[in-house]
Design a protein around this ligand. Structure first.
Ligand code: ATP
Ligand code: MG
Length: 559
């Protein structure tokens, strides 16, 4: 293997082999084929990143194809959400296609297959058909309808199409091999009757193609070169090829199905069906609840497209299913937001500090750096006054030498402001501290260049001026499930593992620059984490969602 080859994943190696063996580069074409029966989740992000990433790498078109063959579960709402999510991730599809675009073509091919003796109408119940399937070690039993005449098949199939037959009365089956070691080859169902309106074809069709029949033919129609799907479709590959062989000649360009392992994320579920249950049972607020593993939920929470793409690229493609720890995704979220999110100060659990030697009416606007990681981000001003808030857990009456935050008799620097010293505490009748009285050193102003301002003090705290602070609702999210793989235990329902404390709502006190923060803007609340303005936030009713906590901070929260 050449040096360059070593860096390729196995999917890229397949493509390189094909190019070596005669595929032309301009024949490469990929697709991402979601079924519009729910919102996309982080598992889909892997597949999107793979397919569209290959498109970018080989400068090849990638179609967005909706696999919309089941009107009972599919909706326009999901189509719209899927398009929005793929675009938001930053990818552009060549063409927007729908399996339903091909219903007529698929029907015509099915008629031709009946005429060639490759398909027949079975009039048994689905239970009887299932019973006759056999087992992997025992061959199946042929349906009594397997040898119906072509005329009778054509007539019944047309009656199905016209809606003259009931749901479940007949199905169209491919006539392959009831003794095949591959159970999927034992006369698989191609069409069933569904008297349901389709979100695109309305009532035009009463019969709907099954996945295996529609998927490969759609790939064939669109001249997809490589059709990548998850590993559970490996046994379907034989059928995929068989169906295509029935509608093509060997000279036609043949799409290739290849499989990669599904990606799972810890402490959540990645299955539209299960995510739908969380929505229906109102365990979450909706598909875009910030605790959901959906792309829309992650967007609302404040994850960025770059973070999700970097995550997907870093886990890559594999041949074995695995669970990726959520912290790995969070790492990429922090990494991206660290570069881009403006720093601001907010206090979520306030303790009032009165600076007794600061004049009552005085206020100062102090310069604060917006982002030390980004020189172009500039500065802003934050107000300082006699009464400020700090976090409750940044103060202790007594603490050992390793406690670098504020303690009685001790000093800390207030970020962007002055050094203060705690002189005494005020308590309520129950002995709870309600105020800390401090003095400040007027010569210690940050950035003033004085000797006092450069004095070494161990701790630096964030704070907000009490009279200038604006209030906001702050949603603190935790993992939605208490265990790593909530759906791994087949004996138990995944809903048993819901974390009852996945959301805590607090009132935050924010520096006034945040009054005009707009929906989906990102910020770092210094020392607390990254936060994102909720989509429903309004100027007089601010709502922030905690995206992720900080891993490091300039004054350690721990002792
Ligand atoms: P779900 O069980 O959530 O409905 P699905 O595979 O049925 O998933 P589709 O809409 O059919 O969902 O998937 C579109 C594409 O995304 C398919 O190619 C599928 O293989 C891929 N995909 C779905 N889930 C994952 C995952 N967890 N990891 C990687 N790829 C995935
Ligand atoms: Mg599916």
């Amino acid at each position: 293997m050449s040096e360059e080859k070593k860096g390729l994943n196995f999917i890229e190696q397949i493509i390189e082999e094909d190019l070596k063996n005669g595929y032309k580069k301009d024949e490469l074409k990929f697709r991402f084929p979601p079924e519009p029966n729910g919102y996309l989740h982080i598992g889909h992000a892997s597949s999107i990143n793979l397919n569209f990433g290959l498109g970018l790498k080989y400068n090849a078109p990638v179609n967005l194809r909706f696999d919309d063959t089941n009107p009972a579960k599919e909706e326009q709402e999901y189509v719209d959400a899927i398009k929005k999510d793929v675009e938001w991730l930053g990818f552009k599809w060549a063409e927007e296609r729908y399996a339903s675009d091909y219903f007529q073509q698929l029907y015509d091919w099915a008629v031709a297959m009946i005429k060639n003796g490759d398909a027949y109408v079975d009039s048994q119940t689905s239970e009887a058909i299932a019973e006759q399937k056999g087992t992997p070690t025992e061959p199946g039993v042929a349906s009594p309808y397997r040898d119906r005449s072509v005329e009778e098949n054509l007539q019944l199939f047309e009656a199905m199409k016209n809606g003259e037959t009931a749901e479940g009365e007949h199905v169209l089956r491919a006539k392959i091999d009831m003794a095949s070691p591959n159970m999927l080859m034992r006369d698989p169902i191609m069409y069933r009757t569904l008297h349901k309106a389709h979100h695109r074809t309305n009532n035009d069709w009463k019969i709907y193609p099954m996945y295996d029949w529609a998927h490969g033919e759609s790939d064939f129609i669109e001249s997809i070169s490589h059709s990548f799907c998850t590993l559970e479709f490996l046994p379907h590959r034989e059928l995929y090829n068989w169906f295509i062989s029935k509608v093509s000649t060997p000279q036609d360009f043949q799409p290739k199905q290849r499989e990669f392992a599904r990606r799972n994320l810890s402490h959540t579920v990645v299955s539209k069906r299960k995510l739908a249950q969380l929505v229906e049972k109102k365990i979450v607020e909706g598909w875009d609840d910030p605790r959901m593993s959906t792309i829309s939920g992650m967007r609302r929470r404040g994850y960025t497209p770059m973070a999700i793409r970097n995550f997907a690229t870093s886990i890559g493609v594999g041949k074995r299913e695995n669970v990726i720890d959520l912290s790995h995704l969070e790492h990429f979220v922090r990494e991206d937001l660290n570069k881009t999110a403006p720093r601001v100060m907010a206090v979520l659990d306030p303790l009032k500090v009165v600076i007794t030697n600061y004049e009552e009416e005085k206020e100062e606007w102090l310069e604060a750096e917006n982002n030390p990681e980004d020189e172009t981000a500039g500065n802003r001003e934050v107000p300082f006054s006699r009464e400020i808030y700090i976090e409750q857990d940044d103060f202790r009456e007594e603490a050992n030498r390793k406690f670098f935050r504020l303690k009685l008799g001790g000093e800390v620097r207030l970020k962007n402001a002055y050094i203060i010293k705690a002189e005494e505490v005020v308590k309520d009748d129950n002995g709870n501290i309600i105020e800390v009285h401090c003095t400040y050193d007027p010569k210690s102003k940050s950035g003033s260049g004085t000797e006092e301002s450069m004095r070494k003090v161990k701790g630096t705290l964030h704070w907000v001026s009490a009279k200038h602070a604006i209030k906001a609702q702050v949603n603190l999210y935790d993992r939605l499930f208490t265990v790593e793989s909530p759906d791994a235990d087949k004996e138990k329902d995944f809903l048993e593992f819901i974390n009852p404390n996945s959301l805590a709502i607090v009132t935050g006190y924010l520096e006034p620059s945040l009054a005009s923060a707009e929906a989906l803007q990102h910020f770092q609340f210094q020392r607390l984490g990254y936060f994102c303005v909720d989509k429903n936030s309004m100027e007089k009713n601010l709502v922030f969602n905690r995206t992720v906590t900080l891993r490091d901070s300039w004054a350690k929260k721990s002792n």
